[in-house]
Design a protein around this ligand. Structure first.
Ligand code: NAG
Ligand code: NAG
Ligand code: NAG
Ligand code: NAG
Ligand code: NAG
Length: 799
């Protein structure tokens, strides 16, 4: 009863009922027992003795035993003493029968004494003692991300040793995004419902649970590890659609401009991005390089803002299998002040006439700078100290204009340095030299080097001799400055100047055309003109004064006594004359002047050398001692008159002296006759001339105040008294101050002015009539000399 209660305890009620039914059915004939597998040892299946209706004592005596057919293994045994049929070991249905739906163990119950044989069937019932089981716990599976929807991936089924309801009944797939499970007959498939994307999820674990129908239910799981295989389904993607960079020009090679980068979601070769330029012009290609691996864009060539200030390029990113994408790279080049301004001379009036008014435009200058912005702002200037300036004109044009009057004669060439400086930092500058010459205008007349010229020439010069030279300068250019000299027309003493002088037109040398005679005129003036060859010509003139200097070319001329030396000229000397008495006088003149006319008198020969002397300069002959009885009545003197010239010239005359007792003026009949004629003539003429002279003197004195006449006494002696060649050339000329010009003239006595006047009148007469009336003159003088002379000097001084 214990075993029943045990059985009741171990098995659910239904089983128990089934068990009971089986036992009951075996009551008739063979014994049949049914019990669950996995009962533990000594589980009492039933009491055979009881079922066979044999008492317990009888049972043991009959040697009851159990034989299992064909098997050496004893699954069950009989307690002889009790008749209980018990399990000898645990019975596993699955190992005995596998998947067979019914599992029956057959045994023979043998009783001896009498031998009795009973068949015993042991029905072993399945219990859910096995879980569904997959072959592996983890299934690795690789699926391309390109796999289409609906693709099936078979999974090996789970195995459950149990049978029937206890075997695998269904499968459950853990919830996921991509797969569902399809169980169809004996196939379990994973079906791809949503496409895979490696880039989103590159692997996943799917848990499949297999469930049996037992109670309690048992399950088994498997994990399917799905690795999503990459397909090159992603193009590289740039981090920016447009890359912008700026770059100073002239930057060194290998400067990194910018780095582009693209990523590719793919893996391995599919994700290996290489960079290159997309479409790019050949020129830009030389300027930039791209590192295919890193995407760094570097400078490989010369960046010149002036050539190109903006680059636009495409860069390409390509993965291993050739998917590409593009981005733009914009590079701004920043200007550097690397270009100096350039100065162009657009036009230049060269040469410029010197008479252009200030403000005249002479040139146009254009300045260019290839840089930009401030770097191309250019300021222009020219150096100080030139009469030019730059006037900004439109845009970057400048006019070069004059600021003042130009004068070729001062500055004929200008080097104008134009400097252009831009406003970059540091600023660059350049300069250009413009050479400008000033063209001549005939704006300067010739100018003589001296205000006036004087030429000194000795008289009796040779015709053609050089007197002097004039020279004028004209600073103008070429013919405008070429000076030609000429004489201005004029007259000298009534003759044209050209008959006196000539001037060499080229050299300005003045030649005498003829020989001059000091005694004729002492000086004259001519005007020389210097004229240039310009058109119209300019000229100026200068005065050339020619001074003729005296040469001792005139011998003294003895007026008294007459050089002929006839007896008429005999002087009477009273015997009573004391020593020192004036006896006579030698009168001589010299047409020269100055020293050349300074006369000295000398007695070179005399009858009685001790008796007479002569005043060296006065020419007065005086007795040296009282005349004595012994002296000869007739005395002859030879007087030499010398001038002071170098060499000196001289003349001689003889004087006859007669010493007489009474000095009566007894004349020959003819003499007295002549004397009376003379007296009549003198009286009448002198009256007339006195008036005339007074009138002339008055006129001259008033009009010119020259010559000044110095006189003492009542009588004026005009220069007209002198021989004609003593006269001034024009009566007004000037003499050199050193040229002391005086005339020594010995005249009559202090007391007989009238007589002197008469003598003068005689000379005047002679001059007037130009009559060589020598006898007349001689007689006149003779008459005059009869009176006693006192020495009187008349100085005729002219300034
Ligand atoms: C101008 O420059 C040239 C050469 O550059 C030189 O020969 C000439 O003498 C200069 N002239 C002046 C006026 O400076
Ligand atoms: C001389 O001056 C004139 C104007 O007065 C000018 O036309 C001419 O060209 C000048 N001659 C020379 C050689 O410079
Ligand atoms: C000579 O020059 C002066 C001034 O220098 C001038 O007054 C005069 O008219 C000129 N004479 C001639 C003939 O040119
Ligand atoms: C008068 O003159 C003549 C000759 O001229 C002369 O021979 C004569 O002696 C003179 N008589 C007197 C008195 O001098
Ligand atoms: C051999 C054997 O197991 N005998 C047993 C039979 O039953 C009695 C009573 O329960 C036992 O005492 C024996 O040992």
């Amino acid at each position: 009863m214990n075993s029943w209660s045990l059985a009741i305890k171990r098995f659910p009620f239904q089983r128990f009922m089934l068990f009971v039914l089986k036992v009951v059915s075996s009551l008739h004939g063979d014994l049949s027992y049914s019990f669950a597998e996995e009962m533990k040892r000594d589980f009492v299946i039933g009491n055979i003795a009881k079922d066979l209706g044999i008492d317990r004592g009888g049972f043991s005596s009959r040697q009851a035993r159990v034989d299992f057919e064909g098997s050496r293994k004893m699954y069950c045994d009989i307690n002889i003493s009790t008749g209980d049929f018990t399990t000898m070991d645990r019975i596993d249905r699955e190992s005995l029968c596998g998947k067979k739906p019914s599992c029956v163990l057959k045994a023979d119950l043998v009783l001896e004494n009498p031998l009795e044989l009973h068949r015993v069937s042991l029905h072993i019932q399945d219990i859910n003692d096995n879980s569904p089981q997959f072959k592996d716990h983890l299934i690795e599976m690789e699926i391309s991300e390109l796999a289409d929807r609906g693709t099936r991936f078979p999974i090996e089924q789970a195995h459950d040793a149990d049978i029937g309801q206890n075997a695998v009944q269904r499968y459950i797939l853990q919830k996921n995004n991509h797969f569902i499970l399809s169980v169809d007959n004996n196939n379990v498939d994973l079906v791809l419902e949503n496409k895979l994307d490696r880039e989103k999820q590159k692997e996943m674990n799917l848990l499949i649970t297999a469930l049996d129908g037992g109670s309690p239910q048992r399950s088994g799981t498997v994990v399917i590890h799905v690795t999503v295989l990459d397909a090159n389904d992603n193009a590289p993607v740039f981090s920016q659609a447009v890359y912008k960079a700026s770059l100073p020009e002239n930057c060194p090679l290998d400067t990194t401009v910018i780095k582009v980068s693209a990523t590719d979601a793919d893996e391995g070769v599919n994700g290996d991005v290489t960079y290159d330029f997309g479409h790019i012009s050949d020129n830009d290609d030389k300027v930039f390089c791209i590192n295919p691996k890193t995407g760094e864009i570097k400078v490989c060539g010369l960046i010149d803002y002036e050539e190109k200030n903006y680059f636009e390029m495409k860069v390409q990113a390509k993965d291993g299998l050739g998917l590409t994408s593009y981005a733009k790279v914009l590079i701004d080049v920043i200007d550097n002040n690397d270009n100096s301004p350039v100065i162009y001379l657009k036009s230049l009036s060269n040469p410029i006439p010197e008479n252009v008014p200030p403000g005249t435009e002479v040139g146009i200058i254009n300045v260019q700078d290839k840089d930009s912005e401030n770097n191309r702002q250019v300021r222009c200037s020219i150096q100080q100290g030139v009469p030019f300036k730059l006037v900004p004109s439109i845009k970057n044009y400048y006019s070069l204009v004059t600021t003042g009057q130009l004068d070729r004669e001062l500055v004929s060439d200008y080097n104008i340095t134009i400097t252009a400086t831009d406003e970059g930092s540091p600023p660059l500058s350049s300069s250009k030299s413009v050479q400008l010459s000033v063209a001549d205008i005939n704006d300067n007349p010739p100018v003589f080097e001296e205000q006036s010229y004087s030429a000194y020439v000795s008289e009796n010069n040779k015709p053609g001799s050089t007197l002097c030279s004039v020279s004028a300068r004209d600073p103008d250019w070429r013919q405008n400055g070429t000076v030609v000299y000429s004489l201005l027309a004029g007259e000298v003493n009534g003759a044209p100047v050209s008959s006196y002088l000539s001037v060499n037109g080229d050299t300005g040398v003045i030649h005498a055309v003829r020989s001059f005679d000091y005694e004729q005129f002492r000086k004259f003036k001519v005007h020389v003109m210097a004229r240039d060859n310009g058109s119209p010509p300019l000229s100026s003139n200068v005065t050339v004064s020619v001074f003729i200097s005296d040469v001792n070319d005139n011998s003294p001329q003895i007026l008294y006594p007459s050089p002929e030396g006839n007896s008429f000229m005999t002087e009477l000397v009273p015997k009573a004359a004391h020593g020192g008495s004036l006896v006579s006088k030698v009168i001589a003149v010299d047409a020269d002047s100055g020293q050349n006319a300074w006369l000295s008198y000398q007695i070179v020969k005399s009858t009685d050398p001790g008796l007479f002397t002569i005043g060296v300069h006065s020419g007065e002959i005086r007795t040296q001692r009282d005349i004595s009885e012994s002296d000869s009545m007739k005395q002859n003197l030879v007087v030499a008159v010398k001038d002071n010239g170098q060499p000196s010239l001289s003349a001689t005359c003889s004087m006859y002296l007669l010493i007489s007792d009474n000095l009566d003026l007894s004349y020959n009949e003819s003499n007295s006759k002549l004397t009376s004629y003379l007296i009549i003539a003198l009286v009448s003429v002198s009256t007339f001339f006195l008036t005339f002279i007074i009138i002339i003197l008055g006129l001259r004195f008033c009009r010119r105040r020259k010559p000044r006449l110095l006189f003492d006494g009542a009588v004026a002696i005009p220069s007209g008294y002198l021989p004609p060649n003593y006269a001034d050339v024009d009566g007004t000329g000037t003499l050199r101050s050193t040229y002391n010009y005086d005339t020594y003239l010995t005249t009559g006595s202090r007391t007989s002015d009238f007589k002197f006047l008469v003598k003068l009148v005689l000379v005047l007469l002679m001059k007037c009539f130009k009559n060589n009336f020598s006898t007349f003159i001689a007689t006149g003088f003779k008459w005059c000399s009869l009176t006693t002379f006192n020495t009187r000097h008349i100085y005729l001084m002219e300034k």
